[in-house]
Design a protein around this ligand. Structure first.
Ligand code: PAF
Length: 286
């Protein structure tokens, strides 16, 4: 696996692979990899002949009070993880390489309206930062397919909308969330948790499961269900940002008649913001 830092080297390496008739798969990341990221590469390697991964901590998607400066940069360990997972080429540019004209006044891709909900309403500008950097990567690499984790359910929906709205010829694949044995969704930000917070963190997933079970059992008072679990999550020591039951495809609030649902949560433990979700399709479950 080669690591390249410039767009010129990246384009040359991808052009070589394409001239050999290879299908290109892209796995965009911000590094500090865990086995969830390795799963993205494994899937990409199953679906494409040449896997390009990127590591770039994108300043454009961080808010002013967020963790851009402290976000862990662990390139050497990440190279090893990607190599083992079957990655062929790693693109690890500097901020100057990605944004040679700076980030003020930059042409940006405005994410679809669904980006203003949920995480987007708590992190203004975040999804525009994501769609801008992801479209830059798509233009630099022109992959046949790209893989994103379902843990960032809204991000995946925003990227699917962008590809559809802008006719970008890339197949988007969602990779199931990888979890620790106790159910906690793997995330680079889990590393910020103290031991005590880490013990508490899987409770979020347990609440999502309890809500999913209640819905499967016929409960349709979504507002009541959410109120009840929000109170419990708060009582455990989380500072919830939101807990919502939404339509999986539009991310609009779910009604009792909707069958394809997603239950989404975002909550702080101390200064660490955790997100998780369960996709629940009721079709055929009665
Ligand atoms: O999910 C992430 O790690 C980032 O949002 C992404 C897709 C790599 C864009 O910077």
């Amino acid at each position: 696996m080669n690591t390249v830092k410039t767009v010129r080297e990246l384009r040359a390496a991808v052009a070589r692979a394409r001239s050999e008739g290879k299908q290109i798969g892209l796995v965009p990341t911000m590094g500090n990899l865990h086995s969830g990221h390795a799963a993205l590469v494994t899937t990409a390697a199953q679906q494409a002949d040449f896997v390009v991964a990127s590591i770039f901590v994108n300043p454009l998607q961080f808010g002013a009070n967020e963790d851009l400066d402290t976000y862990p940069r662990t390139l050497a360990a990440d190279q090893e993880t990607f190599l083992q997972a079957g990655c062929n080429l790693l693109f690890a540019p500097t901020v100057e390489e990605m944004y040679p004209n700076g980030m003020t006044g930059l042409t940006r891709v405005t994410a679809a309206q669904l980006s203003n909900e949920l995480c987007g309403s708590r992190r203004p500008g975040h999804f525009d930062g994501v769609t801008t950097v992801v479209s830059k990567l798509f233009n630099m690499i022109q992959p046949d397919l790209a893989i994103f984790g379902q843990k960032d359910f809204q991000q995946l929906a925003v990227i699917r909308a962008m590809v559809l709205d802008l006719n970008i010829p890339v197949q988007i694949i969602g990779e199931p969330t990888v979890r620790a044995e106790d159910g906690l969704a793997l995330s680079s930000r889990n590393g910020y948790l103290t031991e005590e917070q880490r013990q508490l963190a899987p409770a979020l997933y347990r609440h999502l499961n309890e809500i999913a079970q209640a819905i499967k059992a016929g409960e349709r008072d979504y507002a009541g269900l959410v109120r009840h679990h929000l109170a419990q999550i708060e009582a455990k020591g989380f500072r919830p940002d939101y807990l919502e039951i939404r339509q999986a495809h539009t991310l609009l609030p779910a009604t009792a008649d909707d069958r394809d649902l997603v239950i989404l949560v975002a909550a702080f433990l101390g200064a660490t913001r955790l997100i998780d979700n369960i996709h629940l399709n009721l079709e055929g479950s009665f």
